[in-house]
Write a new protein. Sequence first.
Length: 275
Amino acid sequence: MPKISELTPERGRMFMFKGEFKTGKTVAYGSFPEPIYIFDCDGRMAPLASCPWLKGKDIEYDTYTDWNKITKKLEEFEHRCDFATVVMGSLTSLARCTINSLFRNRGTGSSGRKGDKAEPLSIGGIPIMGIAEYNGESSGLNIIMTQMRVIHNIHKCNMILECHVVTGEIPQLGGGATTFRRIVTGGNKVAAEIPGYFDEVYHFYCDSDINSEKREFVARIRSNSIDFAGSAIPELPDKINHTNEDFYKIWSGYLPKDSAKTTLNTENEFNSFQG
């Protein structure tokens, strides 16, 4: 029976990068050890191509619009993964791919033939999500999260999930409301489940002065009252300012020497570990 005291840092980690649009998440994951593979569900790789400190990095990507093709590629990675970092970008578009697959196959059984069930709900010809779609989205996303965890466990590569957030409020009995931000998916339940797959959850935001054009890009490592975040690495600070800098270089600089040895820093080190 293993003991907690015997746990040692692993090569590679499970990361969730979340935040609003244009807050530095893309260039942050592009700074991680190469070679990098990106599941591009958003269709927006331009920030990586134009970032000056990422020029020449070994980054590959494929653009996906179909849930089945994503899971098939992940299955391939379970057997062989030659990448030090694998990115799923983003959860929002991944959820949309999942829901679109469900809409396309409404009423289709395992045989692939249409059943004689009632027509699905729609307004003006536009399909509407029902209980089956919400349940299907939850199952589809959890399958992919499990595949990402399996790949990480087998190959010890960095696995990064990019997420977008939406702001909400909870009314209080005494008046007023509590503001919070949650990750964006079709259903709220699966949005609450997904962070549990990741040890490292960082919230990215842009901090700007209203009286000037100065902008700073920051990753919050620990939770505050509005944004949840967290890390299994006690040496990390509460926030990392990575404005116009390589995020991974700053992040890895906080790791203790013994822990840093378990982090994939170069392509050669990754290849030698792979054998």
